[in-house]
Ligand binder design. Sequence first.
Ligand code: ATP
Ligand code: MG
Length: 648
Amino acid sequence: MDNLTKNLSLSRKVLSNSKAARIGLLLVSFVFLVFLVSLFWTPYDPTFMDLEKRFNSPSFQHPLGTDQFGRDILSRVMVGSQVSLAVACSAVFGAFFIGTSIGVLTGFIGGKLDLFMTRVVDVLLAIPALIFALGIVAILGPSAKSVSVALAITYARQFARITRSAVVSVKNKSYIEASIGLGHKTMTIIYKDIMPSIFPVVIVQITAAIAWGILDEASLGFLGLGVQPPDTSWGSLLIEGRQYAYQAWWIAFFGGLPVALSVFGINMLGDGLRDLVDPRSSRSYFPKDKKKRGKKSATESISADNGSLLEIENFTVDFLSDSGKVRAVSNVTFTIKKGEIVGLVGESASGKSTLAMSMLRLLPPNAEVVSGNIRFQNLDVLEIEQEEMRQIRGNSMTYVTQDALAAMNPMTRVEEQITEILKDHRVTDKKVAKDRALELLHLVRLKDPERNLLNYPHELSGGMQQRVIIAQSLALKPELLIADEPTTALDVSVQAGILELIKGIRKNYGTSIVFITHDLAIVAELCDRVAVMYAGSIVEVGDVKEIFTNPKHPYTQALVGGLLPLRGESKGKLGVLEGQPPRTGEWPSGCAFHPRCYLHEKLGKPDRCSSEKPAIQDDFQDGWASCHFTEQRTRLETLKSTQGKKLR
Ligand code: ATP
Ligand code: MG
């Protein structure tokens, strides 16, 4: 039942997201309807010969005309669908079963079996599909059944190759290793862990193979190897059509039309599926209607020399999921100045990474930008061409992730990882690129850069990997570096080294840095300014000293309260607030923080907090907060006495 609901919601998603999929489904449904009707009814008996009506052109009586024996073409096309679809579908089912079993087992077991099977499949794949199928039909004898078996074996080669590659690529992922470590049976791991992750690849392959099946059945029929008279398939209509092409064009035309329509329809449906399952699909997550996002006019555009490097304005992002839309970032307005280090802090799921990805225009396909603008160096990040954005990423704006190992190609040495980026951005001289790679490894203070250039990622420690990722991101001296929790997985001494490194980068290159973290101690040590996020919104922005000594928003006060030595101890991590942060998409109305807010409680729970979104209060020096009662803020000392129990 669960699977059924999942599949239904997948189909709904495909159809609502893709016009191609909708057209494809329409065509496929039409062909399927013709097939279903033909099982019970055809206008005439498709085998009935009426020699007086030979070669009648399309008319009211025979809408698609008649053939050389006076048989009704419409009736023949209808029953022909039974053979064509049955052959294509049974061939694909067989190919899926044989190919996927071979691919999954050999990919998962690996070793000599995998090597042997891969070689065998490679050799077989070298033979063109139609010739391969033709050879098998020649052995089995011409019939619809032989065509079906031949096509099943022919397509099984592709299924085996593709599923084997998919299995190998997921086999070493941590969750599979964890499953093996927990002692699960091989078949359970294959069925429960591996199959679902290769499902998107397989489903696209299935739709493509059905289209090939219809075409190849027609081609084999055309060669006289498919169904034998008096049975009809679309392929046999084509062969007859060719013989009488000059006398009766309609036989070949109406024999070929259903083939073309079904192949076109299935391919379009497959494209829709691919758009959905392929994260690199070109589907845009930006509404086509620019007005909807409140695009700025040219005259309003941000001046390049007002000291700001990146400006985000009224920015809102939703994620589309099975359960509908959820808002991850809500109405964020924020500026990053040239040469500054800004800390972005907030509890888990508050929208920090989503905001960072938006700056790089790297949101996943199920994200939708509902409103707002992002401008980087006076360019509209949401509007510029893909190629221009690619140039910006790497050249002017780069990203450092938390999981350095996952961000590196495991098969490539450090030197290539760095020089590849340089090559992509037109540093073609190998010597120059290598020297630059070495210089970068020196810059990130690796102890033995010459040797490290030759290392593969798995040969480096976590701290070294993170340094290489930072070196990579600095290859082209970017203006903005976005680092999403780059030190979370590292121990304290390695962390301290990375922080020193980041400070050095700003000093040497003047790079602006957005540093996302949960660790306020790092913010205090590293940043010039801080932006605090809560439930998808920035609730306070301010100078780092001001934030730590005089936080305005009650949420910031709570966070900082958790850091300061309230009870004679200094904690590095975010203070843990009482109550859970609201679930994404289920944010309380008004001020999302009010159910956990000490000030709200202290002021007798005013209605305003739950009914009205707080406006930005920007009458502070170099910062702002969004709280209805900011002016009634207490200094932290007062907070300690009233709020002591709410902070840990
Ligand atoms: P953390 O500190 O744990 O990294 P975060 O502040 O970076 O959290 P985000 O990763 O931005 O949080 O996620 C914000 C919300 O958006 C979360 O509720 C998350 O579940 C949701 N979200 C993120 N990516 C997707 C996605 N691709 N599809 C659906 N929801 C998503
Ligand atoms: Mg995150």
